[in-house]
Ligand binder design. Structure first.
Ligand code: M6R
Length: 602
């Protein structure tokens, strides 16, 4: 998953493409590059492993402003080391064709062998380079850039969003297959880009390329060649509110601000969606069938979004006694979809390839698919039967924080509404859940305030710890999983989550004097025994969510029966601790190594 930008217009093309690229760096930041055509017909070609900002330093505005067509790229490496040589744009043998690519060319080796035999010289280790040479081969006199791109595309297997610059003519052309690409027109030119975030502030609306569409941008605006042979442009989508970039607030990083924003995000979700719960309006408004019409609910997603799905599944299970499954999207290929299944596909970006591939495997006679996403114009949203916006607002940090809270609460509102619409709710449990939902923004606010200093103190205490355990039971387990994921992702330290009851079946051997063990307390009284087992081996327990009362000078742990989706506010200290430890270790918390915000390869 990489970020692609391109601009063709009257002026400053390279400046526009580079500025747009800055907004896509969250898609990958191993290297960045730009290629542009100067008015004298020569080419500007700059690549770096030091990020998009370094591009601006390397090529001054006077030079980039003078260009009229440009392509840019920010890379998340799949094939080939992180070097400037392997960075995109990648050129052909003759320095005429410059290609930027997002995706994976699965038959790259075979094509490379064939192209070498035909005399092409390869300069990089990356799969994408075959595209440049295929276009070069097809771009004979009388063949226009769009046709050459189609000829190259027809040889590819895998996934791609590709934009090519013909430095001789100054034309650009793009195509996509199982990878996102948008087209947006300004008053003075045309952008192609991986997503709408690249052009926010520049345009009010954009068009999305569907699989195998081709867009050519020459002198007179974009020309569409759709896969259905129509030349009509695709429909316009308004630029969503979520595409606007957030600020870092009182912090130096976006993640800190995004953690702080969680109570407000929760308030926004609860205020917007809770009025549609009791009468089932929210559920029915999405066009979803009564729950009596389905045998089970399957949540599908990756990473944090999968955790959100697991929390949401708790509402269907515990409140409506409806069986649920949580499907790791990347494993869906090994799974059978059962009939009469309501699928809830969860992805903040809506572009996660593993999720989209999982949905590709749905049988023809299938239940409805509800997309829960932070991007209602995303590929996932467009492929689903119903879409619910999780209302998180823009999240820049690669580590998902406020989108997790927003996903859980949005999904909970939808699930509660579905249970009401079907008359399946256990009344007492429903009342308790509704109260917890309404109290969630305040509980999150209290957690943000209460844990600010303790999380920093814990980071200082555990700065040299090499491994961490996260435990939970029942509805708390998914938050333990989320805590471990955040810690790994941000601090690069080993962390593992376990159902607390499994400790004695093996993982307890990891516990030694001082081993940090975080326990997410969902009120299950058996946790006391699990904790005692760790303490007896010298482990250092951090209990999240405990309710302690002092009686006669001694502490009494109160049971707390949490809502059906578990102790959501318990995620806050885990996020804060992971961030504090990462900062203490000198990590970049907004851009952890080896990762990207939008994972568009499967
Ligand atoms: O865009 P998505 O929600 O589909 O992304 C799924 C995962 O890649 C994502 O949640 C990832 O696990 C986070 N970076 C974790 O913080």
């Amino acid at each position: 998953m990489c970020g692609i930008t391109a601009f063709r217009g009257t002026t400053a093309a390279a400046t526009r493409a580079r500025t747009a690229l800055e907004r896509l760096e969250y898609r990958g930041y191993d290297s960045a590059g730009i290629a542009a055509r100067r008015p004298d017909g020569t080419t500007l070609h700059e690549r770096t492993v030091r990020g998009v900002a370094a591009l601006a330093a390397a090529v001054g505005p006077a030079e980039t402003d003078a260009t009229t067509a440009a392509v840019g790229h920010t890379r998340w490496a799949t094939h080939g080391a992180v070097t400037a040589q392997n960075a995109h744009p990648i050129e052909d043998c003759g320095g005429r064709v410059f290609v930027v690519h997002n995706g994976i060319v699965e038959n790259a080796e075979a094509l490379r062998t064939e192209l070498r035999a035909a005399g092409h010289r390869f300069a990089t280790e990356v799969d994408s380079e075959v595209i440049a040479h295929l276009i070069e081969q097809a771009l004979r006199p009388g063949v226009d850039l769009g046709d050459a791109l189609v000829a190259a595309r027809d040889r590819l297997e895998g996934s791609w969003a590709v934009v090519v610059l013909d430095a001789r003519s100054g034309e650009i052309a793009g195509t996509a297959h199982a990878s996102p690409l948008i087209c947006a027109e300004t008053g003075d030119g045309v952008y192609l880009a991986s997503d709408v975030g690249a052009v926010v502030g520049e345009v009010a609306a954009f068009r999305v390329l569907e699989d195998d569409d081709v867009v050519e941008v020459g002198g007179a605006g974009p020309r569409w060649h759709r896969h259905d042979h129509s030349t009509r442009p695709r429909g316009l989508w308004p630029v969503p509110r979520t595409a606007l970039l957030g600020s870092t607030g009182r912090h130096d990083d976006h993640m800190g601000n995004e953690i702080d924003e969680q109570p407000a995000v929760a308030r926004r979700v609860v205020d917007a969606l809770s009025p549609g719960i009791a009468d089932g309006r929210l559920w029915k408004g999405l066009g979803l069938p009564p729950l009596d019409g389905v045998d089970r609910v399957c949540v599908v997603g990756c990473g944090t979004s999968l955790h959100a799905g697991q929390a949401i599944a708790g509402v269907f299970e515990r409140l409506a006694a409806l069986p649920t499954r949580a499907l790791v999207a990347s494993e869906a290929v090994h799974d059978l979809w059962e009939p009469r299944t309501l699928v809830i596909a969860i992805s903040q970006s809506g572009e996660t390839a593993d999720v989209l591939r999982a949905l590709d495997r749905l049988p023809a006679r299938r239940g409805p698919v509800l997309a829960l996403t932070n991007s209602t114009s995303s590929s996932l949203a467009r492929r689903s039967d119903a879409v619910i916006d999780c209302l998180a607002g823009p999240e820049v940090g690669v580590a998902a924080t406020k989108t997790f809270v927003a996903q859980v609460l949005t999904g909970v509102c939808v699930a509660l509404s579905g249970v009401c619409a079907s008359g399946r709710a256990d009344a007492a449990r429903f009342d308790a859940d509704l109260r917890a939902l309404v109290a969630a923004p305040e509980a999150l606010r209290a957690a943000v305030e209460e844990w600010r200093e303790p999380s920093a103190a814990l980071a200082a205490e555990f700065a040299t710890a090499s491994g961490f355990l996260f435990l939970g039971r029942g509805s708390g387990l998914v938050y333990a999983a989320e805590g471990a994921l955040k810690l790994k992702e941000l601090s690069y330290r080993w962390a593992e989550h376990q159902p607390a009851g499994e400790l004695k079946h093996g993982p307890l051997a990891l516990v030694d004097a001082g081993t940090p063990v975080f326990v997410v307390d969902n009120g299950d009284p058996r946790l006391d025994v699990d904790i005692a087992e760790v303490t007896a081996r010298g482990g250092r327990i951090v209990r999240i969510g405990e309710r302690v009362l002092t009686v006669g000078g001694s502490a009494v742990h109160l049971p707390r029966s949490g809502p059906s989706w578990g102790p959501l506010d318990g995620v806050v200290p885990l996020q804060m601790f992971a961030r504090e430890l990462a900062l203490r270790l000198g990590r970049n918390v907004d851009k952890p190594r080896n990762l990207a915000k939008s994972v568009t390869v499967s």
